[in-house]
Structure formats: C-alpha cells, structure tokens
Design a binder for this molecule. Structure first.
Ligand code: ADP
Length: 227
C-alpha cells in the first residue's frame, strides 16, 4: 500500500525541487509503471519510497509505516517490507547466486534453516536452481536480473520497486523480466516499475503514472507510454 500526499523534495544544492507536490495511492496488489522524461523525479520518488532519501515535506504512508517519521530503529524493519531492483543488478560479485540470496536474509537475522528453505524455494520459483553455484559474471544480464528479482522477493515484501530494471537488457529479456514482475504481482505483491521502455508499457496494459518536472501529469489504468 502506498499513500503519498503532496510530497516535495528539494535537494540541498538544487534550485528547482525534484518533486513538487506528488500525490497518489496504490492499493495492495496493484501494478503500475512510473514513466517520464529523464530528470522528472522518478528515481527520487523510488528512493523516498525505499527510505533511502527523506522527503522535504508531505505525507508518505507505505505498508502501514509513516515513512516521513521513521526513526533509525524502525528503518530496517520498514525496508524489509520493500524489495528493490536496480538497472545494474547490484549483485555481490564474489559470491555465488545462492550466497547472494542467503546474504540478503542473513543480514536481517533469519535463522539458517529458514534461509536454506526460502532460498531454495525462490531459486525454484525463478528457475535459477541450476545456476545456484555460479558467480554473477558467469550469468547473462537477464539471468543476473532474475537473481536480483529473487533477492527482492526473498523476505516476502508487500511492495517491490524497480528502477529501470530492463535498462541493460535486450528486448526479449526485457519482456521476460517484465513478465516476472507481473507474476510477482499476481501473487499479491504491489509492484511499481520505473521504465523508459515504451513498447513494454504499451504491451502490458497496466496503470501508467507519468511524472514531469516533479509533478504527476497523468495517471491512467491500462495506459500507454505516450500521454
Ligand atoms: P529521473 O529518475 O526521472 O531521471 P531524478 O529523480 O534522478 O529523475 O532527478 C530529478 C532531479 O533531481 C534532477 O534535476 C536531478 O538532477 C536532481 N537530483 C537527483 N538526485 C540528486 C542528488 N542526489 N542531489 C542533487 N540533485 C539530485
């Protein structure tokens, strides 16, 4: 669940704010694309939703957390409810696929048995079991992104955010990765994907939220990339 009201963000050294009063809601289990020109505030919005960046003002409620007023103690608990996928995968290069996943659960203090079971389950779910002993450099871009998606859903987040997740992939793999997000969404997870991929947005017929100059200028169910 996302509920943003009048969210503003001005970086310290900036003249024009990155976000100028952003208001929208996403119900649990919804899927939306977030589109807009470069510099319109998409990444800023995702970083705020992920608790990496504080808004300058406004109301931000996500997964029953008041994100604006999270203290240091609550932040790691909040972050567990949000999975994040990046354009450049961000896997740990000197660990195998299996170790990358196990690490993401170990840092939140999950017991070994639970880690073993859940990692095996997610590897299976994302058809990565055969790759579990490989290092990221031994995988194709599409496979690496599949591992990153596996890592994002390991801890059963209520919300998955993705920042240009197909930016480094060719069209066929991009489609497959977007299908993965759709599958995750069908399992009940809320999914918000930042993308520039016009053809994918048009193919998937999802809600499309368009940002321009820090403001939402369109928000449409079954929308297309072009406003
Ligand atoms: P998008 O993801 O749509 O390309 P961003 O959120 O990255 O947009 O950027 C929105 C605006 O905020 C831009 O003008 C950008 O230069 C600025 N910006 C982004 N991150 C920072 C930062 N860490 N410090 C200062 N300005 C930033």
């Amino acid at each position: 669940m996302i509920h943003l009201r009048n969210v503003r963000k001005k970086y310290f050294e900036q003249e024009q704010p990155a976000l100028r009063g952003v208001t929208f809601r996403m119900k649990p289990g919804e899927f939306a694309f977030l589109v807009g020109p470069s510099g319109s505030g998409k990444s800023t919005l995702l970083r705020i939703l992920h608790g990496e960046e504080a808004a300058s003002s406004g109301i931000i409620l996500v997964n029953n957390y008041d994100v604006t007023h999270l203290d240091r103690r609550q932040l790691p608990y909040y972050r567990r409810t949000v999975g994040m996928v990046y354009q450049d995968f961000r896997l740990i290069s000197d660990r195998t696929v299996e170790e990358n996943l196990a690490f993401a659960m170990r840092v939140i203090g999950a017991p070994d048995k639970e880690i073993r079971e859940r990692v095996a389950e997610v590897l299976e779910q994302l058809e990565l079991t055969g790759h579990r002993h490989k290092y990221p450099t031994e995988l194709s871009g599409g496979e690496q992104q599949r591992v990153a998606v596996a890592r994002a859903i390991l801890n059963h987040p209520a919300l998955v955010l993705a920042d240009e997740p197909t930016g480094n992939l060719d069209p066929k793999l991009s489609y497959e990765v977007m299908k993965l997000f759709e599958r995750i969404n069908e399992d009940g997870t809320t999914v918000l994907v930042v993308t520039h991929e016009q053809s994918l947005v048009d193919q998937f017929h999802k809600r499309v939220i368009r940002l321009e100059e820090g403001k939402i200028i369109a928000d449409k169910e079954g929308g297309s990339y072009q406003p």
